[in-house]
Design a protein around this ligand. Structure first.
Ligand code: ATP
Ligand code: MG
Length: 732
């Protein structure tokens, strides 16, 4: 019982209230997960419950691993089994035992995202759905929506399901499901749906599991969706020992169907509230409390801590992204010099594409890092594909690059074709591409000839146009970008945009040397070839979603610009709810930090959001005396932030209003028009200001949005460059 002394009295209450329906509802870092793991140890060590009778659930694999290792410290090894897992992890274990009831083998396979897409494409081909007509992503969304309705398992996915050829030819789901059946393959939705189906359909299975699982515990319960709740309630329906812990302020998966209301309305026998935070310094907590207080849709609560003050939270503003990453690296050096270890440091960001800049900075400084739950930027598929094209242009003998891109996007040049090409190359003593160039007409493959034309056209442009233009052309002409667009894979599109943007930065920085394609490729080889050992002492980089439930002594939250964080797409789609969910994400990010917190952002142009960068509204919400600002933030930047938020509040959010002015300016600075055209105009009808002519109303915009026709108060109209116009000041 000694170990209970580590807990405060309310946590102890949570640990020892083992019977009935118990809920712990509390803010970040108050020891919810700690209480849950101690409860597990209490059940096993003190009450003598067999771990096989305890189900302990959480959301991410990382969090489950963390939970297992915490439990392992308290419970004899071998005494805890693998029922400490994620919800989907449990479904897999369940199905391995039970799926025979549906005629599936125990060794059924699980489709990951890529597998599911491949399957979807096969179906679309079979059904004669053009990929342009309906994207692969939409097709899969449709499948998921159909699967959310009851009945599909019985109708299509059991050996006794009767599926006629006619049905297969007409229904998307029928086609998809019967292809799945061929390989006994389940996708992620099926794992949950099959589990629920078996529990419903087979009373003996249901009774067996209900009997076995004496205790059910769920961490991060605010993120459970309807199916998750149904599963939990069903499994707990016999013993009624359900222990749920969560924090509604940390619900960050509503976009995926999380139902925090189910947690708030959970019919509990006992509620325990924790309010002392043990993780963070008061300065960090102040920021968390201050930001989350701006959410209207929440139950107000404040956290307190008895920890010592600690260093001030720093907001760094860089004039360029390079300044931002340089500052971060310098800070990391200072921390290391002061005795911190690499693994104490975490860099968090909103979206995966944001890792590129910081990765390059860390690689240059030879600071080891790992991306948790993700892939290094230069190893991402779309980045390697894009670089493959450019490498082939720079060096036609690069066989690796050739093999990477010849069928990306698919040109249906199969193995037989490649084998023959390789033979010819060996015979001629040439590399692959030169062989193809010499013999293209002989293979009877128009696609191969098309490929040669594509590469030759690109090679002609080498040296004549900038690297970024070349990259842009190859992305378009090769069809690579179109293929990704058709997949509606926003993450991959964002990565490509980010690569393109980084080339533009490189060109700007090396403008005097007029860098060639080879120069650039050599320069980034440092990043693309960086060999790294699997080390444990490394800096951790991850998206905020991945960081949920975890804690780190030193935390950097980077790229805090409007549009990036809060994410513009989320706000556009979900309006106020979207903004609140983004703010909860900010709350999660801030509350990961134990000893020190650094918030960073910079000026510039953001290709991904297609607008110029202004400090995030979340930074604006922090009281001035709560952070120390490093770097000077021009007042007009804060005005930009306020304008954006104001426009959003009016419910006619045109996010690029301010971007247009900046884009026009950058266009004038020598960027291509294409980039300016990315931008939306000032709204037609919007009120704008001119230094000389005063206020006016926008009547129309030129096709590249660089010039606007404005009518002024005296009735006169003029065509004016965007950079000479601004939005009127708003009241503070
Ligand atoms: P989150 O909401 O981020 O998931 P949480 O509520 O689950 O946070 P924990 O991760 O369990 O919080 O605990 C946060 C930190 O506080 C951990 O380092 C934990 O060891 C410590 N802690 C929790 N309770 C106590 C306590 N009673 N005494 C000392 N330290 C504690
Ligand atoms: Mg936790």
């Amino acid at each position: 019982m000694r170990f209970l002394e580590d807990l405060n009295s309310r946590q102890r209450e949570a640990v020892t209230a083992t019977e009935g329906r118990v809920r712990v509802i509390a803010g970040a870092g108050t020891g919810k997960t700690k209480a849950l793991t101690y409860r597990y140890a209490y059940l096993v060590n003190v009450l003598g419950i067999d771990p096989a009778n305890i189900l302990c659930l959480t959301f991410t694999n990382k969090a489950a691993a963390e939970m297992r290792s915490r439990i392992a410290l308290m419970v004899h090894s071998g005494d805890y089994n693998d029922f400490v897992c994620t919800l989907h992890g449990f479904c897999v274990k369940f199905l391995r035992k039970e799926i025979y009831r549906l005629g599936f083998p125990k060794s059924f396979t699980i489709l990951d995202e890529d597998d599911a897409k491949t399957l979807a494409k096969e179906c679309m081909d079979e059904l004669g759905i053009k990929r342009t007509e309906k994207t692969v992503r939409k097709f899969l969304d449709g499948i998921a929506a159909e699967k959310a309705l009851n009945g599909y398992i019985e109708a299509y996915m059991l050996p006794e399901s009767r599926i006629s050829e006619e049905m297969r030819r007409t229904g998307n789901l029928v086609c998809y499901a019967s292809r799945q059946m061929k390989g006994w393959a389940l996708d992620f939705d099926d794992l949950m749906n099959f589990t629920l189906f078996i529990l419903d359909r087979f009373p003996d299975a249901r009774e067996h599991w209900q009997e076995q699982l004496n205790y059910i515990m769920v961490d991060e319960a605010q993120d459970c969706n309807t199916d998750d709740w149904n599963l939990i309630e069903k499994l707990g329906a016999r013993h009624h020992n359900i222990f749920v812990v969560g924090d509604p302020d940390q619900c960050i998966y509503e976009w995926r169907g999380a139902k925090p209301a189910r947690f708030v309305q959970f019919a509990s026998d006992k509620d325990i509230v924790l309010d002392e935070n043990y993780r963070s310094t008061p300065k960090i907590l102040d920021i968390a409390n201050c930001v989350i207080a701006n959410n209207k849709n929440r139950i107000p609560k404040d956290l307190f801590t008895r920890r010592s003050e600690g260093p001030a939270v720093i907001h760094f503003h860089g004039r360029t992204e390079k300044e931002e990453t340089d500052w971060i690296v310098a800070r990391i050096r200072t921390l290391l010099d002061a005795g911190a270890s690499l693994q104490d440091i975490a860099v968090l960001y909103r979206s995966a594409w944001q890792s590129r800049a910081i990765e390059q900075a860390l690689l240059s400084e030879q600071l080891s890092y790992v991306i948790w739950g993700g892939i290094r930027f230069f190893e991402r598929r779309e980045i390697k594909d894009t670089l493959g094209y450019l490498r082939l242009l720079a060096n036609p003998d690069d066989d690796m690059a050739f093999l990477r891109v010849i069928n990306t996007p698919s040109r249906k040049l199969g193995r037989a074709f490649l084998d023959r090409l390789k033979e010819d190359a060996a015979r001629d003593g040439r590399s692959l591409y030169p062989t193809l160039l010499a013999h293209a007409g002989e293979y009877g493959k128009p696609a191969a000839e098309g490929f040669v034309q594509l590469i030759e056209k690109g090679r002609e442009a080498v040296g004549k146009v900038s690297v970024s233009d070349l990259m842009n052309r190859m992305l378009e002409d090769s069809g690579l970008k179109r293929a990704i667009r058709e997949d509606q894979d926003e993450d991959r599109l964002e990565n490509i945009d980010e690569l393109l943007r980084s080339v533009r930065f490189y060109e700007e920085a090396h403008a005097e040397e007029e860098p060639t394609l080879s120069d650039w490729l050599q320069d980034i080889a440092l990043y693309t070839n960086a060999d790294y050992r699997k080390e444990t002492r490394v800096i951790k980089l991850m998206t905020i979603h991945q960081a949920k439930g975890l804690e780190f002594p030193y935390v950097f939250i980077i790229g805090l610009s409007e549009g990036t964080f809060p994410n513009m797409r989320t706000i556009r789609e979900y309006k106020k709810n979207g903004e609140e969910e983004e703010r909860r994400l900010m709350y999660v990010a801030v509350t990961r930090a134990e000893k020190a917190l650094f918030l960073t952002e910079s000026e510039g142009f953001n290709v991904s959001t297609k607008m110029s960068k202004y400090p995030s509204r979340f930074l604006a919400e922090i009281k001035k005396n709560m952070v120390v600002v490093e770097g000077t933030i021009p007042e007009e930047l804060w005005r930009g932030t306020r304008n954006l938020v104001h426009v959003l509040d009016e419910e006619n959010y045109v996010p690029d209003v301010l971007g247009a002015a900046m884009a026009a300016r950058t266009a004038a600075d020598g960027f291509s028009d294409e980039r300016a055209a990315y931008n939306s105009p000032f709204r037609i009808g919007a009120t704008v200001c001119h230094a000389v002519f005063g206020e006016g109303t926008v009547l129309s915009a030129s096709s590249d949005y660089s010039t606007f026709q404005v009518r002024f108060a005296d009735g006169s109209t003029r065509h004016l460059r965007a950079s000479f116009l601004s939005l009127p000041d708003l009241p503070e």
